[in-house]
Ligand binder design. Sequence first.
Ligand code: SF4
Length: 334
Amino acid sequence: MNIFNMTFPALEDYFTERGENKAKAKIVYNHIYRQVGELSENVNKMLKADFDFGNVEILKTSSCLDAVKFLFGLEDDSTVEAVLMRHDYGNALCVSTQVGCNMDCAFCQSGVNKKTRGLHSFEMVLQLLKAEESTGEKISRVTLMGIGEPLDNFDNVMDFISIIGHKHGLALAPRHITISTCGLPKLDELYNISCNLAISLHAPNNSIRSRLMPVNKVYDVERIINFTREYSKVKNKKITLEYVMLAGINDSDECAYELVVLIRGINCYVNLIPYNETSLDFKRSSSDRIKSFYSILIQSGIRATVRREFGGELKAACGQLSSERAQCADKERT
Ligand code: SF4
């Protein structure tokens, strides 16, 4: 067992099953996540006997002014990446949830390597703790937008959110945690949690979306939009619709008007993402094209933003993360 895999209730059960007071779970959480208080000799002994504490190692960091990219090595020798972004309002960490990804989005470098497995919760928790330790900076927000589709690793992702959100641990508020998904049947289970939700739409119709995202054959534009309308109403929450701007594919004025009709009246906003070019065969829309698309949305009463870019030169931006160990050929260790 890894201690960072333990949700608070699971840790309470661990102590109860051994005839100990379950209040020890609070002491342990405070100690490992807040460096508050000391562990008794007895608890220390129990934890050392029953738990691992590590198994995620920073293999490489690359930084620029507003971002730091981490390459993490996992115990089975696979690797994932995470990116710390420095906003005016605090630091956010974009966390990976799987080794590789099976969703096969045509424009995404992260999905070039097929999924080999979902990350354990502790491997997500340790991305956060190691990033804080390495930079000495507090992380106040988490987005699950790194390598992998979070809903394809549902149970471990839910445990991760429970662990980092617990009041005796890191206490990240649900409004500071964002799940980003391309849309899978598991979407319906998100009614039970309170995090922010970002859905990768990327197209105003099925013909373009199917070309970009094979998942559209299972969860198509109508299902996404119906879900978004219903979910935002029931949860009284604004949903983010992600829309990557791909030159000549989904960035025309016609696409913008089609999008307006599609989402009018839904409590959502559109996050336009200037594409970060990779070795894949897609080009970024020009600034003028993005401006024109954005203006059509705004003038039609649709809330929209153009995403601020972080870490482009680090190949740390959306869709550029990779789990290739080869990129760490120089084995530069921190
Ligand atoms: S965009 Fe997200 S879901 Fe699609 S292939 Fe990339 S990592 Fe997977």
